[in-house]
Design a protein around this ligand. Sequence first.
Ligand code: CA
Length: 228
Amino acid sequence: MKKVLVLEDEAGIRSFVVINLKRSGYEPVEAATGMEALEQIKKNPDIKVALLDIMLPDIDGFEVCRRIRASDPKMGIIMLTARTQEMDKVTGLMTGADDYVTKPFSPTELTARIDALYRRLGPDENTDATEIVRGPFRLNTRNRTLEKNGDRIKLTQVEYSIIKLFMENPGKALSREDIMNAVWGRDYFGELKIVDVNIRRLRVKIEDDSTNPIYITTVWGYGYKWGF
Ligand code: CA
């Protein structure tokens, strides 16, 4: 069974999500507070995806996200954001979330997002090579790891998928739509902004100076390009 953590303090929303996840073949693990969520993750190491509400009675969803990321860069994390709080999306992604859904969301939309994260957790089927080397970077597609000058860089699943796409297409300008389709899938509902936020986060991790990027460069009005 594919376990999914559901952190949501409002019982009504939580049970709505839980019922729909069960219907889609997932095994939900419930938590009503941030601390309870962290406990459940410790108790259930096979949880691969976490849904995190932001406004909670104890620590907020961003803090839960940060703490999960500190020990598990590979966990798929989806933030549940309120429609009125536009900034929550960006903040959530900057603290390490892979995705967000805006309340009120449809069960179809939510399970599509979870399915997409679970798909990315699987092995890379389309690559024969197990290693791509470009400039100071070495990407191992079997272990899904990235090294820069021999030092491991911790990546989320989404970041890994983006960097792999870039390293497979050196020197080629990729539109934001290209990146979104390749990384999130063609059936993805989200906004293109999610691409920009992930690139911003990735630059902080891989560039010598993220304000003056040389590896992932911007192609104005179009998208991004891998420079090496
Ligand atoms: Ca709440």
